[in-house]
Ligand binder design. Structure first.
Ligand code: MG
Ligand code: ZN
Length: 215
C-alpha cells in the first residue's frame, strides 16, 4: 500500500518535471541539479563557478534549503538572478517547487541555471525537477564507500565532482576506491577531482560546463 502511494507521487512529479524541462529547452538554458550530502561544498562550488564563468555567460541559481536563506544571501553578493525555496522540513526539492519559482527567473536570458538541492544523499535523486543533468559532489572528508551506500544518486548523475582534494593528505579517503565504487554503479559517470579552495582541477569542470551548453 505504502509503495503504491510513493509510486503515484513519483509519477506525478515526473509529469511536472517534463513540463519544466520543455520550458528549459525552449529557453535554451542548461539546467543542472546539484546534489550532495550536507557540507560537501555545493554553495562554495557555485560561488567559484559563477566567479569564473559569470563574465562569459548568464547564470541563474535556485537555492533549496530546509529553513534558512544563508546560502542564498552568500549567492546574492554575486549579483545574479537567484530565487530561494525553503522546503519547510521537506528533505529534497521536487518538480512542483521548481515550477513554482520558474517565473521569477529570466529564463530566456540565461545560459546556465544551477539548482542547489537540499543536502541529502537519498531522496533528491528520486525526484526529477526537469534538469538536463544531475551533478553530485563527494568531498574527500566523506567515505570513499558512499557510492555503494547510496547507489541511486551515483547512478542518476552525469558527473561526480570529488571536492576538497587539497585535504587529501589529512584523510584516509582513497581516490582509487571512490572512483572504482562509483564506476561500479555507473560506468558512464564523468569524474572530476577538484578543490574549490585552491581552484585545482576547476578548469576541467568549467570545460565540462562549456561543452554541455545548449547552443
Ligand atoms: Mg549550500
Ligand atoms: Zn526527501
Amino acid at each position: 500500500m505504502k509503495i503504491k502511494v510513493l509510486e503515484d507521487i513519483l509519477e506525478a512529479n515526473d509529469h511536472i518535471a517534463l513540463q519544466n524541462r520543455s520550458l528549459f529547452d525552449k529557453s535554451r538554458v542548461l539546467v543542472l541539479n546539484l546534489m550532495s550530502a550536507p557540507g560537501s561544498g555545493k554553495t562554495t562550488l557555485l560561488e567559484t563557478t559563477i566567479k569564473s564563468l559569470g563574465k562569459e555567460y548568464k547564470i541563474g541559481v535556485i537555492e533549496g534549503d530546509i529553513e534558512t536563506t544563508r546560502d542564498a544571501e552568500r549567492m546574492e553578493k554575486l549579483e545574479i538572478p537567484i530565487v530561494q525555496i525553503n522546503t519547510k522540513s521537506v528533505c529534497h526539492l521536487d518538480a512542483s517547487m521548481i515550477k513554482g519559482v520558474i517565473d521569477d527567473l529570466p529564463l530566456e536570458e540565461l545560459d546556465f541555471l544551477f539548482i542547489e538541492n537540499v543536502g541529502n544523499l537519498v531522496c533528491p535523486a528520486e525526484f526529477k525537477v526537469g534538469e538536463h543533468h544531475k551533478v553530485m559532489l563527494l568531498s574527500v572528508t566523506e567515505g570513499d564507500d558512499k557510492p555503494l551506500k547510496y547507489p541511486l544518486m551515483f547512478r542518476e548523475s552525469s558527473v561526480m565532482l570529488i571536492n576538497k582534494i587539497d585535504l587529501l593528505p589529512y584523510t584516509d579517503f582513497s581516490m582509487e576506491s571512490a572512483k572504482a565504487n562509483a564506476r561500479q554503479i555507473n560506468p558512464q559517470l564523468e569524474i572530476i577531482e577538484l578543490s574549490c579552495r585552491t581552484d585545482e582541477g576547476l578548469s576541467r569542470w568549467l570545460d565540462w560546463l562549456r561543452g554541455n551548453l545548449i547552443s
